[in-house]
Design a protein around this ligand. Structure first.
Ligand code: HEC
Ligand code: HEC
Ligand code: HEC
Ligand code: HEC
Ligand code: HEC
Ligand code: HEC
Ligand code: HEC
Ligand code: HEC
Length: 460
């Protein structure tokens, strides 16, 4: 292909770029989000995390990933002894009730009820130690995993952090990340430019407390051999292999431009002067993506059949087929699970019983290619083994009862025969509840409403 190119010094580049986007009249419904499928710029938002800023992640965005698990991931913290109901649901001063705040951002990244609650994700140990892959998956590399970073001086083929040249006829930029990853202020939420998406990561980026030591994660010194915005530094996380393995829906888009890094004209996007003769080196694995899980929580002691929808779980490149398994991690230990069924777009897998807590779940392809990660919560079931009445005392044994606080009696309590019997709670532990009742009789139904859920059993 012949390109009509003029070289411009991008630092003087001021004219407003006009881009002619060819709209393909096709809409995709993915994970409930409607995305227009258009070639970049700006790049589509099918893979990885939506390229916007944390401030634009409102409650509903949080719930896209943290869905039905939200009460449980909080209530799982109660048995650790670190938090009681009143920490998160303070009793109103006049005793008329309790607070029930559901908007994540009224607590996370701020101070609530005297608790300074950190901004999530980028203050986690994974992020602070520079291991971005632990949540973002193999669309990025970890800086210390020994991946290949060229040591030769950047050449005309080496991508720029922004771009190298502009095609006079089309106005398209070529030769760097900005040729496709541009901002779009009309998108909702808006697509941020790369400096913004990387600079607004809380303390991680060093802009909050003017901590210049943090800049070195992504930039070299101004007077360094290749300057402060050398691509060599970006390559600590965006190595050749991870970049050459980003392609959305390769089965259907391999021959189209603009769906990732491997389409027929996409090479020039990064390598302005380069015309591809073959597949990019290392581009045989293709990063898988998870869009959604059929269940965001599992119950301790039970197996769960999970349907996982996504993309590129199985791919065939150059005649070689690579497949994924599912991995679950608590941050320390991993469990690998073989799918019972797998296609390009879906996996069915049986999740074994997990101890209660917060986990991450991801697809693991060919042993080392990780998808993005989704949160998964395991919570205890409410089990009643027996509810025995002896005169006016009903003794309920089982598990998953959590804790009791009279201020929260509208939610955590015991009722007998749909609350038609008189009930007074005299003792409550995770496995044993004592109740006195003047009118309960054998044959009634006792119901335990714990923070983990409800269950009923006959009184005997
Ligand atoms: C670490 C903070 C935290 C603690 C501790 C906590 N909660 Fe919650 N709780 C929440 C949050 C946050 C929600 C809102 C979840 C949502 O909207 O999805 C919630 C929701 C609830 C709900 C409503 C559930 C629903 O789905 O409508 C009840 C009832 C509740 N909590 C009771 C309790 C009780 C009782 C305790 C103490 C045993 C307790 N909580 C301890 C944070 C907490
Ligand atoms: C009432 C305050 C409050 C609200 C509202 C709240 N959280 Fe939390 N959340 C906490 C506290 C306190 C913790 C524990 C301390 C921490 O993580 O810094 C926590 C912890 C968590 C955890 C980690 C649980 C674990 O096992 O370590 C997740 C996940 C979470 N919150 C997600 C959310 C999401 C998503 C929302 C909104 C849908 C939300 N929270 C709303 C107070 C809140
Ligand atoms: C793109 C998916 C995604 C979105 C959106 C998301 N989270 Fe998370 N969140 C995760 C994953 C993945 C983890 C890590 C789970 C694991 O491996 O333990 C996590 C962990 C957390 C934790 C516990 C660890 C930590 O870093 O403190 C909190 C708290 C949390 N999220 C809150 C939120 C809040 C609040 C929002 C909205 C501002 C939000 N999340 C939006 C995916 C997401
Ligand atoms: C605990 C999980 C977690 C870890 C570890 C993590 N991230 Fe993120 N990251 C998220 C989530 C969830 C979002 C979206 C919500 C938000 O901004 O918090 C996000 C958003 C981003 C974005 C903006 C969105 C985009 O597509 O441009 C960038 C850039 C980013 N992270 C960079 C990093 C870097 C750099 C590291 C490692 C130093 C890192 N992250 C580690 C979970 C994580
Ligand atoms: C030829 C156009 C093009 C160029 C040039 C390009 N990208 Fe991409 N990139 C894409 C497309 C298209 C996707 C897939 C977007 C989607 O569907 O979510 C993508 C996805 C990504 C992703 C994963 C998802 C996301 O949006 O975060 C990363 C990381 C990424 N590119 C980094 C880079 C870096 C670093 C450079 C410069 C060295 C670069 N890209 C240059 C087109 C391009
Ligand atoms: C997580 C990675 C990351 C960190 C940390 C980071 N940057 Fe950046 N920075 C980027 C990216 C990506 C760009 C956009 C690429 C470019 O403009 O060359 C950028 C661009 C810039 C630019 C050029 C802006 C422009 O539009 O021309 C400056 C100046 C800059 N960063 C300064 C800093 C300073 C100062 C710090 C520390 C306080 C810092 N950066 C920390 C990733 C980062
Ligand atoms: C410390 C690791 C790290 C470094 C260094 C880094 N990035 Fe990123 N970059 C990320 C993560 C994480 C994402 C988000 C991937 C996702 O969407 O899940 C990202 C995403 C991107 C994207 C996709 C669009 C977007 O804004 O999300 C581009 C383009 C990009 N980076 C360019 C750069 C450039 C240019 C540099 C060097 C100036 C750089 N990055 C340095 C971790 C890094
Ligand atoms: C998202 C940006 C991006 C895209 C798109 C891309 N590459 Fe690359 N490629 C890189 C980077 C970064 C390097 C390292 C070059 C450097 O730093 O000098 C590289 C290196 C290479 C190399 C040299 C490998 C080596 O050993 O150093 C070849 C050959 C190559 N790419 C071919 C391709 C082909 C063919 C395509 C299109 C099918 C392609 N690339 C698309 C970013 C990209």
């Amino acid at each position: 292909m012949k390109l009509n190119i003029i070289y411009t010094g991008y630092k003087n580049y001021e004219h407003k770029l006009r881009v002619h986007i060819i709209l393909i009249s096709m809409l995709l419904v993915l994970a409930g989000i409607v995305l227009a499928v258009v070639p970049p710029p700006p790049a589509n938002q099918n893979m990885g995390i939506y390229d916007t800023l944390f401030v634009d992640f409102n409650e509903s965005k949080c719930r896209d990933c943290h869905a039905s698990d939200v009460p449980d991931s909080h209530h799982n913290l109660v048995p650790t002894g670190e938090f009681g109901c009143t920490n998160c649901h303070p009793v109103l001063p006049n005793g008329s009730g309790i607070t029930m705040i559901r908007d994540c951002l009224q607590c996370h990244n701020t101070t609530f009820n005297g608790m300074a609650i950190g901004k999530p994700h980028h203050e986690s140990s994974g992020a602070l130690s520079g291991h971005c892959k632990s949540c973002h998956g193999s669309v990025v590399d970890n800086y210390d995993d020994g991946h290949y970073i060229p040591t030769y001086a950047p050449s005309s083929m080496t991508p720029d952090t922004k771009f190298k040249v502009v095609n006079q006829t089309s106005g398209r930029k070529w030769g760097g990340c900005e040729s496709c990853h541009e901002e779009n202020l009309n998108a909702s939420p808006f697509i941020a430019f790369n400096n913004k998406s990387h600079h607004r990561l809380g303390n991680l980026s060093g802009f909050i407390n003017n901590d210049n030591t943090k800049c070195a994660m992504c930039h070299d010194f101004h007077n360094a051999t290749y300057g402060s915005d050398s691509i060599r530094y970006c390559e600590r996380c965006h190595g050749t292999n991870s970049l050459h393995n980003i392609q959305w829906d390769i089965t259907n888009t391999a021959s189209l431009s603009g769906y990732g890094h491997l389409g027929p004209n996409d090479c020039q996007g990064c390598h302005a002067s380069y015309v591809a003769g073959s597949l990019a080196p290392g581009s045989d694995l293709i990063v898988p993506t998870i869009y959604s899980l059929s269940a965001k929580k599992v119950i301790e002691g039970q197996t769960t059949v999970m349907n996982i929808s996504g993309d590129d779980f199985v791919t065939t490149v150059d005649g070689i087929t690579r497949s994924s398994i599912i991995a679950i991690t608590d941050g320390i230990n991993n469990i690998n699970l073989t799918p019972t069924n797998i296609t390009h777009n879906g996996i069915i897998v049986t999740i074994p019983s997990l101890n209660d807590g917060l986990y991450g779940i991801y697809a693991l392809k060919d042993g080392n290619m990780e998808s993005n990660r989704k949160p998964l919560v395991s919570m205890p079931p409410v089990i009643i083994n027996s509810a025995i009445i002896n005169s006016t005392i009903v003794t309920i044994t089982g598990s998953g009862f959590g804790t009791y606080d009279i201020a929260y009696r509208n939610w955590t309590n015991v009722t007998i025969n749909n609350a038609s019997r008189q009930v007074q709670i005299t003792g409550w532990s995770d496995t044993l509840i004592n109740v006195t009742s003047t009118d309960a009789v054998a044959g009634d139904t006792a119901t335990v409403n714990s923070i983990y859920g409800s269950n009923s059993a006959p009184v005997t």
